[in-house]
Design a protein around this ligand. Structure first.
Ligand code: KG4
Ligand code: ZN
Length: 379
């Protein structure tokens, strides 16, 4: 059994504004031996702009940063449980300073993302740090998606190294090999569209709205495969309607652009009924998840990892979740699969706080004047 070395709890206020969710979270952790942390989410407030962007069929960057500007202070106030509207600026800053007294560190997503959106979170955290002198932990958004897997996990059942992490989001499809905390080795990534982007684009072609992932997921699960009447074979497997790009390539890269184009060609001249939407959603999802799961499991075999972690918005996908679990058994892999609860797959600040806690094991926090937002920086 692990012995607690240091029973002191540390608190982090984390902020996430990289895309279209304004989020703040307070997370608390205790350090145990073997670099194990017991994380507890005290509060995680997410203000989503999805409805606002839906009418544009995707995130409208200029609008996103304006919305973050509007929402960031109310979201932080709510996270800190400051319900009373302060009467003056002085009172407001006194209240926030007082609330931040119990916070040890500030954390913020500094990269990658929409620059106008990132800047709102980063500048807010710089200001809070300037006022309170609290150190800042700059976080790469993708590490947040990975460390979502360390939230609410019993100290003895945490992911074991070496591990493999599949980050599947609206902007990324990347496989990382990790020998230890905060050591990310990119072993494969998409050479064109991200998986989430393909879900969103296919949903758009099917007139299903934005964001496409959850809608395709729901439509696909309604589709029922009907077996041809004459065939009575029990494990009848219908022919794939769409290709599985790069399924058998020797590397661990992905490609989703060709799959998206195949869907586009298939739709030409066809009447889009609800049944048809369900069928195409199902066929597309089978193709996308086949590639994601097969390549991840092949990488797990090659790198002999002890755990596989999923993260990012597409990790919320019900079919991907069940397929990776069932195929791990088929592959006879002695690997534990970790998939965060759906609320920690899509963007939120709790996962940024979780990453920050683990980053502290490896790196010193920074001063506010050394923190910078950066639209494109890899892990
Ligand atoms: O991680 P995330 O919230 O934002 C980025 O970092 O990009 O991921 C958003 C992406 C969108 O493309 C969305 O369609 C997709 O995640 N997504 C899903 C599901 N829920 C969200 N994709 C497939 N199935 C879902 N259930
Ligand atoms: Zn994300």
């Amino acid at each position: 059994m692990d012995m607690a070395l240091d029973k002191k709890t540390t608190k982090i206020l984390a902020i996430e504004t990289s895309c279209d969710e304004t989020s703040a979270s307070i997370i608390e952790f205790k350090e145990f031996s073997n670099k194990k942390l017991k994380l507890k989410i005290i509060n995680n407030i997410v203000s989503s702009q999805i409805r606002l962007h839906a009418k544009y069929g995707g995130v409208y960057p200029e609008l996103a940063s304006r919305e973050h500007n509007k929402n960031i202070i109310p979201v932080i106030q709510k996270t800190l449980c400051l319900n009373n509207k302060p009467r003056s600026l002085k009172q407001s800053s006194n209240l926030i300073t007082k609330q931040l007294e119990n916070i040890d560190y500030l954390a913020v997503t500094t990269t990658p993302g929409l620059i106008g959106s990132l800047l709102v979170g980063v500048n807010t955290v710089k200001t809070l740090s300037y006022i309170t002198n609290k150190p800042v932990i700059p976080i790469n958004h993708l590490s947040g998606h990975i460390y979502a897997n360390f939230i609410d996990i019993d100290i003895n059942n945490q992911p074991k190294f070496p591990l493999l992490s599949l980050v599947v989001s609206g902007g990324h499809t990347s496989l990382y090999y990790m020998k230890d905390h905060f050591q990310f080795e990119l072993i494969g990534e998409t050479i064109d569209d991200a998986a989430g982007e393909a879900y969103d684009k296919v949903a758009k072609m099917l007139n299903l709205g934005y964001p496409g992932g959850p809608i395709i997921d729901a439509y696909a699960s309604k589709f029922k495969i009907s077996k041809p009447k004459k065939l009575q074979i029990t494990n009848y497997k219908p022919k794939n309607l769409f290709p599985r790009p790069m399924l058998n390539s020797k590397d661990f890269n992905f490609s989703f652009s060709g799959l998206k184009t195949s869907v586009l060609y298939y739709l030409r001249g066809k009447k889009i009924t609800k049944k048809f939407q369900e069928k195409v959603a199902y066929e597309f999802q089978e193709a996308a998840t086949d590639v994601l799961v097969t390549k991840t499991l092949k990488a797990a075999q090659k790198y002999k990892v002890k755990s596989i972690l999923l993260g990012g918005g597409v990790a919320a996908n019900s079919r991907l979740r069940e397929k990776i679990e069932s195929q791990t058994i088929d592959y006879n892999l002695q690997t534990n699969i970790f998939i965060p609860p759906v609320k920690y797959c899509t963007d939120n600040a709790a996962v940024i706080g979780a990453a920050a806690a683990y980053k502290l094991l490896k790196q010193k926090p920074e001063k506010w004047y050394d923190i910078e937002a950066n639209a494109n920086s890899e892990l």
